[in-house]
Design a protein around this ligand. Structure first.
Ligand SMILES: Nc1ncnc2c1ncn2[C@@H]1O[C@H](COP(=O)(O)OP(=O)(O)O)[C@@H](O)[C@H]1O
Ligand SMILES: [Mg+2]
Length: 520
C-alpha cells in the first residue's frame, strides 16, 4: 500500500538563499534553480516567468501548480498550453518523468487530471482556438498557469481571470505565465508584465482597474539553468540564430517579437519626433481611415517630401487618432479638427487653416445604414460639412502587396513614423506572420490589426498612383533600343538627352512595379 507522501516546501519566508524544494517520502524530487525559486516565492497575483529559452520555465510552472494544489485540500489548479502536442511534450511528459508515483492518488490519462492525496486536482489542458477556452466556464481554479503565454490571446487570459477563484477562506488565487517573447500574444504580455500598463486591447473599464502592483516579471535566461549554462553546443545553437531570434531567445529582449512580419523594425531609425521633421505647409498630405465602432477607428495622417534628385521621397506618418464608439458625425468632425493648423494672416491675426490634405482613403461600410445613407456616406458628408470637401476614396485593400510595400518603405528609409503616433509604433513590431499563409499577417482581432490595416491602406492607396520620376539615367536607358549597333545607339542617346534636357517629351514609366511601390 502506498503511504501518503509528506509534502514539504522550504519555508517561503525563511532564508531566501534556500532553494524551493518539493519532497516525496523525505526525498526532494524537485530542487528549484535560483530563478525558479524567485518565481515560486513571488507573492504577486500575476507572475510572468522567463522571457528567454531554456531556464526551466515549463517545469517551474508545473511545480507551481503542484505547490498550489497542496496549499489547501480539494482545490483545483490548471496548466494550459495552446496545443495538445505541446502540452504533452512540455508538461505531461515531465510530470510522468519527474513527479514520483507515490506523490498522487491517480492520474486520469484521458482527461489529463491528477488527483493528489489531499483530494486537490491538477488539470492539464489546452485551448487551441479562441472559443476552446469556454470549456472552463463554471470551473474555478486556485492557480492557473499558461505555458508560453504569448501563444494565447488577451481574451483567453481575461476569460481565465474570471475562473481564478477559490471559496476557501484565506486562499489566495493567482495566475502565472511562462513564456518566451514573440507570437500573437507578445503585445499584451509585454504591456502587462514588462511595461506595467493595461494591454492596449483591454476594454476601457478593465483598463482603469489595471494595477501594475499585481504583476511581477521574473526574468530568466538559459544561463539560469545550470544544465544548459555549460552546454556549449546548446549555447552555440542559440548564438547561431538570426539576430532578432538570438536577441529574443538568448537575451530575452521584448522589443521585437520573433516571427514578427517587420523583422527589420528599428524604433531608433524608423521613428522621429515630429518637430525634427520640419514639415512644410505645402507638402502633399493625405489621410487614411479604417472605420470601427465597437472595434477601433484608426485614422492616420501622412505627408510626403518633394522628390530628391533621385526621385526619392520620404513619407512621414505624422498624426494618429485611434478611438472607438464614435458616430459618423463625430468622426468627420474629429478628423477635420485635427487637420487644421494656426497661421498668421496679413493683418497679423491668428487664423485656422486646413493642412494641404489632397486625398482621404476610407474603409467604412458601404452597405450598412443607420438612415438612408450608408456609414461611409455619412462620414463623407460630415467631413464635407466640417471643411474637408474632397471626395473620399475607397482604399486599395491588397493585403499581401500592402504589407510588402510597408516593409520595403521601412527598409529603404522612405517611410518614417512620428513619435506622435504611439499606436502605430507599438503595432508594427507586434504583427506576426500568418502560419497558414506566411505572406500575410495573422489577424488577431486586436488594436494592432486595426492600426496596421489603416497604415497599409493609407500607403498602398496613395502610392499606387505615385507619380515618381525615375532618375535621369534610368529614364534615358529605358528609351534606348539595346538591339541597335553602337553608332546608332550613340545617335539615339544624344537625341534622348536633348529631349530630356528640354523636357519636351513625356517620360515613360519604366519598371512599373518598382516605381509603383515607390521603392529604391
Ligand atoms: N530545477 C530543475 N532541476 C533539474 N532539471 C531542471 C530544473 N528545471 C528545469 N530542468 C530541466 O531543464 C530542461 C529545460 O526545462 P524547461 O522547463 O523545458 O525549460 P523552458 O520551458 O524554459 O524552455 C528540462 O530538461 C528540464 O527538465
Ligand atoms: Mg518551455
Amino acid at each position: 500500500m502506498q503511504t501518503a507522501p509528506r509534502l514539504k516546501l522550504s519555508s517561503v519566508d525563511s532564508e531566501l538563499i534556500q532553494p524551493v524544494q518539493i519532497f516525496c517520502q523525505g526525498q526532494p524530487f524537485y530542487t528549484a534553480f535560483a530563478r525558479q525559486s524567485q518565481f515560486h516565492r513571488s507573492k504577486a497575483k500575476y507572475r510572468l516567468f522567463g522571457g528567454a529559452a531554456g531556464p526551466g520555465k515549463s517545469l517551474a510552472l508545473l511545480m507551481e501548480a503542484i505547490i498550489q494544489a497542496h496549499k489547501h485540500p480539494k482545490v483545483s489548479t490548471l496548466i494550459l498550453r495552446r496545443t495538445f502536442p505541446e502540452l504533452e511534450k512540455s508538461i505531461i511528459d515531465p510530470f510522468r518523468r519527474i513527479v514520483p508515483r507515490a506523490m498522487y492518488k491517480s492520474f486520469n490519462e484521458s482527461k489529463h487530471v491528477v488527483q493528489w492525496h489531499n483530494d486537490s486536482l491538477t488539470y492539464f489542458g489546452y485551448s487551441e482556438s479562441e472559443k476552446d477556452i469556454t470549456q472552463y466556464q463554471g470551473a474555478e481554479f486556485l492557480f492557473i498557469g499558461f505555458d508560453e503565454l504569448t501563444h494565447f490571446l488577451l481574451k483567453q487570459w481575461e476569460f481565465m481571470k474570471s475562473r481564478n477563484r477559490c471559496p476557501i477562506p484565506g486562499s489566495v488565487p493567482c495566475m502565472a505565465g511562462a513564456s518566451n517573447p514573440g507570437d500573437r500574444g507578445h503585445d499584451f504580455v509585454r504591456c502587462m508584465f514588462i511595461d506595467g500598463t493595461a494591454p492596449r486591447d483591454s476594454d476601457p473599464e478593465t483598463a482603469t482597474l489595471f494595477n501594475p502592483g499585481d504583476y511581477a516579471f521574473i526574468p530568466a535566461r538559459v544561463t539560469d539553468n545550470p544544465i544548459y549554462a555549460n552546454d556549449q553546443s546548446y549555447l552555440d545553437s542559440l548564438r547561431s540564430l538570426p539576430l532578432v531570434m538570438r536577441q529574443m531567445y538568448l537575451e530575452g529582449n521584448w522589443d521585437i517579437a520573433p516571427g514578427s512580419y517587420f523583422d527589420i523594425w528599428n524604433e531608433r531609425t524608423m521613428t522621429v519626433p515630429r518637430d525634427e521633421v520640419q514639415m512644410k505647409d505645402w507638402w502633399p498630405r493625405w489621410i487614411s481611415v479604417d472605420w470601427g465602432f465597437a472595434h477601433n477607428l484608426s485614422v492616420h495622417w501622412h505627408a510626403a517630401t518633394p522628390p530628391d534628385e533621385k526621385g526619392r521621397r520620404i513619407i512621414y506618418t505624422y498624426r494618429e487618432w485611434v478611438t472607438h464608439g464614435k458616430v459618423p458625425e463625430s468622426i468627420g468632425m474629429g478628423i477635420c479638427e485635427r487637420s487644421k493648423y494656426t497661421a498668421i494672416d496679413e493683418q497679423g491675426r491668428e487664423v485656422q487653416k486646413f493642412e494641404n490634405i489632397e486625398e482621404i482613403f476610407m474603409d467604412a461600410p458601404r452597405d450598412k445604414r443607420t438612415d438612408e445613407d450608408t456609414i461611409y456616406t455619412q462620414i463623407e458628408h460630415s467631413l464635407k460639412r466640417h471643411g474637408l470637401g474632397m471626395p473620399v476614396k475607397w482604399p486599395d485593400k491588397d493585403r499581401v502587396g500592402g504589407w510588402m510595400l510597408m516593409y520595403q518603405l521601412l527598409q529603404s528609409g522612405e517611410w518614417k513614423i512620428c513619435k506622435e503616433c504611439p499606436d502605430a509604433i507599438r503595432s508594427l513590431p507586434a504583427l506576426v506572420r500568418d502560419p497558414d499563409f506566411s505572406e500575410d499577417i495573422l489577424k488577431t482581432d486586436s488594436i494592432a490589426d486595426d492600426v496596421a490595416d489603416d497604415l497599409r491602406m493609407g500607403l498602398k492607396s496613395r502610392l499606387k498612383n505615385w507619380k515618381r520620376k525615375p532618375p535621369l539615367e534610368e529614364r534615358v536607358l529605358a528609351r534606348i533600343n539595346p538591339a541597335l549597333d553602337p553608332t546608332n545607339r550613340a545617335i539615339q542617346l544624344k537625341k534622348v538627352l536633348s529631349e530630356e534636357h528640354k523636357g519636351s517629351k513625356p517620360v515613360p514609366i519604366i519598371r512599373r512595379s518598382r516605381f509603383q511601390a515607390g521603392v529604391r
